[in-house]
Design a protein around this ligand. Structure first.
Ligand code: 9L3
Ligand code: MG
Length: 146
């Protein structure tokens, strides 16, 4: 059994006590999906890998599939964990998976006001949240190069 399937109870990770925020490097047709946040005010206008908080008792990968359904209106599956963990605000950490679209075309239904599919050489055309940058750089290695 993995750590995630044995975890019970509240959002805080059993090991660290931090709430886990999961995000997706959604890859499709050689591009990565970037989402522009519309809230909260201090993050609005910055770009992120879409996702959100793991709920109590939820597996992180399931949380990510749920968040992509809620925020983008798509069905997706997680593929590969991007190694690492990045601190957010105090008590929150970010973990990222690559993900594949199974059905639907992403639309900014919740918390975002714009979406863009970016090729590898376009990744620095948007203002990513600082905490997302290492995972975006790692995801870029999965995109066709120039
Ligand atoms: N956050 C940072 N990078 C991301 C995501 C999905 C989230 N790729 C931060 C922003 C919020 C917190 O994590 O402070 C919770 O995210 P959400 O539930 O508001 O999406
Ligand atoms: Mg979110």
């Amino acid at each position: 059994m993995t750590e995630s399937t044995t975890r019970h109870g509240a959002g805080p990770d059993r090991g660290t006590g931090a709430v886990v925020v999961v995000a997706a490097a959604l890859l499709d047709r050689g591009r990565l999906l970037a989402a522009r946040r519309s809230a909260p005010a201090e993050l609005a206008g910055r770009w992120e890998l879409p996702g959100g908080k793991v709920e109590p008792g939820e597996r992180p990968e399931d949380a990510l599939v749920r968040e992509l359904r809620e925020e983008l209106g798509v069905e997706a599956e997680t593929a590969e964990r991007i190694p690492g963990e990045w601190p957010l605000k105090p008590g929150y950490v970010l973990r990222v998976w690559t993900a594949r679209l199974l059905s639907g075309e992403p639309r900014p239904l919740e918390d975002h006001d714009e979406l863009r599919w970016l090729a590898r050489d376009e990744l620095d055309t948007v203002d990513w949240l600082d905490q997302d940058r290492p995972a975006v750089a790692e995801a870029a290695r999965r995109l066709p190069g120039v």
